[in-house]
Structure formats: structure tokens, C-alpha cells
Design a protein around this ligand. Structure first.
Ligand SMILES: Nc1ncnc2c1ncn2[C@@H]1O[C@H](COP(=O)(O)OP(=O)(O)O)[C@@H](O)[C@H]1O
Ligand SMILES: [Mg+2]
Length: 274
């Protein structure tokens, strides 16, 4: 079927309810989904991460803050297999040793990462971008000429609503606002049904309203996914945070609620010194 027609029919149609079990193919027992233990990463003798410990629960929304150079991005690089630590262990659930997997295997295996610069296809519509993200074969032409299963179109229906782009579904992604592009990028990650979602500075460059909607989106994703958010915008962190981890010089300086960490003398000292 012609894609535009398909997208049009799709946007006219009543959308099905989201399957509450979607995205939970593994065991759903609670407890940590991510274990980062004793991780050290050195660059020419400088320790970007220094005996870092981080435990993230299944379905949790965790905010990571810390001054520039604290090791936040390096930590994400280690979890996603981009950087290998000198020491320490990194587990996904109880069984899966992430240090034995490639970056690609980790991404396919349920840990999605959103980079700051979106990797959407600007000439394709929102729908087509999501369609492409479902595909095993990433060649654009191949993907767009294959027909989707009912399950895949249902999944697109559900994701496009979740990211608030239902009314934009037929627009080329290049015409979206900065914030909408970021949501589409999150939507493309969601098409892979990740258990863990890593988001680096999601609201950088967004308007106030876009920032608010992003807070709602990330909050809505927690529960079905574990969401780890690195962000500098403190007002934003305050608006979404349950548990906050403060990194400093490659280690955890403090952990707790936003109020607890903001009142922690060590945290105050580090931020005043910035
Ligand atoms: N590839 C690299 N080579 C050398 N030093 C690096 C590299 N990546 C990061 N660093 C250093 O490690 C420290 C932590 O960096 P980063 O993880 O990017 O911090 P953050 O994201 O918290 O600002 C910084 O001092 C940075 O300069
Ligand atoms: Mg960084």
C-alpha cells in the first residue's frame, strides 16, 4: 500500500490501547535492572570514572547530575559498550554481563540511548521514521517497500501517541520543531522496546512548553522502562526527579531525593565551586 495513504488511514483510525506487557519480554521481577559496580575508566592516567557504583531499579526514573567533567557521559558510554572500563563490572539484570557484548548487541538487547543530536531522517515523515525504526533491515528503500505486520503498525500507533506527534504523523520530520524532533528520536528508540533508556540532556535548546512536555513524556515512560536522564537544567530535574545521583570526579558524591541532594553540604560545595 502507498505509504502516505497508509499513514492517512492510520491517523483516521481509532487507536488501540497499549498492551501493558509490551516491552517486558524478560522476567518482570523487580530489583535492579542495571548494576554498575567498581567501574574505573582512565584516559592517559586520568580517571574519568573512579570506582563508580550505580544501581538502577526496573522501571525507575533516575536523574544523574554533576558538574562538567564529572563523568556522566563516560558512564553512559560504559553502559552502552562504547567505552570499556579498566576495572569493574556492568550487568543488565542478574545474568547479562554487558562487558561481553558489543555496542550493537547492547542496543539490540534492550538498552537504548538518545544522543543530543537527533538521527532522524528529515526527508521522511514522522510515520516513516518510526516505521524505519521497527525494521530489522535498516536500508531505507528496503524497509519502506516491505509491509508492516499488524503488531508493528499497532506499535507505531501507540508510540506516536505517546510522543505527542499524532497530528504530525504525515509531516516530513525536517519540518518539526526542535522539541518535536527530540520526541521523534525518543519514539524511534521506543520502537525497539528498550528495557532501559539513557537520555543525555534531553531539554537542551527546548522552549519552556517543550521542556514541560518532555518532563511528562519521560515520566510516562518510567514504569514500563527504566529511564536514566542526565541533565543540567535543575528546574527540569526537580520537576521529574524521584531519585537523583550526583556524580563528581568520576564517583557518586550523593544520592537521594532532589531535596536531600540539594541540601547536602558536599553537593553545595561542588556546585558553588563550579
Ligand atoms: N576520550 C577521552 N579522552 C580523554 N579524556 C576524556 C575522554 N572522554 C572524556 N574525557 C575526560 O573525562 C572527564 C569526564 O568527561 P565526561 O564523561 O564527558 O563528563 P560529563 O559528561 O560529566 O561532563 C572529563 O575530564 C573529560 O575531559
Ligand atoms: Mg556530558
Amino acid at each position: 500500500m502507498n505509504l502516505i495513504k497508509q499513514a492517512h488511514q492510520f491517523s483516521q483510525r481509532a487507536l488501540p490501547k497499549r498492551d501493558p506487557n509490551f516491552g517486558k519480554p524478560l522476567d518482570t521481577s523487580h530489583g535492579p535492572i542495571l548494576y554498575v559496580e567498581g567501574v574505573t575508566v582512565s584516559f592517559d592516567g586520568f580517571k574519568a570514572l573512579n570506582n563508580l557504583n550505580l544501581y538502577v531499579d526496573d522501571g525507575e526514573l533516575r536523574c544523574i547530575i554533576g558538574p562538567n567533567g564529572a563523568g556522566k557521559t563516560t558512564m553512559m558510554d560504559v553502559i552502552t559498550g562504547k567505552t570499556r572500563p579498566d576495572e569493574g563490572s556492568v550487568y543488565f539484570g542478574q545474568q547479562i554481563d554487558l562487558l561481553n557484548l558489543s555496542e550493537h548487541q547492547i542496543a539490540r538487547g534492550g538498552i537504548g540511548r538518545k544522543f543530543q543530536k537527533p538521527t532522524i531522517f528529515e526527508a521522511l515523515t514522522v510515520y516513516e521514521n518510526l516505521e524505519l525504526a521497527t525494521a530489522a533491515d535498516k536500508r531505507v528503500w528496503f524497509t519502506l517497500t516491505q509491509s508492516l505486520s499488524a503488531e508493528q503498525t499497532d506499535r507505531i500507533d501507540s508510540v506516536v501517541r505517546q510522543i505527542g506527534l499524532l497530528s504530525e504523523v504525515q509531516r516530513p520530520a525536517g519540518l518539526l520543531s526542535h522539541g518535536q524532533k527530540q520526541w521523534l528520536e525518543i519514539g524511534m528508540l521506543l520502537m525497539q522496546s528498550p528495557r532501559v533508556l539513557l537520555v543525555d540532556e534531553p531539554v537542551a535548546g527546548m522552549t519552556g512548553e517543550e521542556t514541560e512536555r518532555t518532563a511528562e513524556l519521560l515520566t510516562s515512560l518510567a514504569g514500563d522502562h527504566s529511564v536514566i536522564v542526565v541533565e543540567h537544567d535543575m528546574a527540569f530535574v526537580r520537576s521529574i526527579a524521584r531519585q537523583v545521583t550526583v556524580l563528581h570526579q568520576g564517583s557518586v558524591l550523593a544520592e537521594g531525593t532532589m531535596d536531600q541532594v540539594q541540601n547536602n553540604p558536599k553537593v553545595i560545595e561542588v556546585y558553588l565551586g563550579e
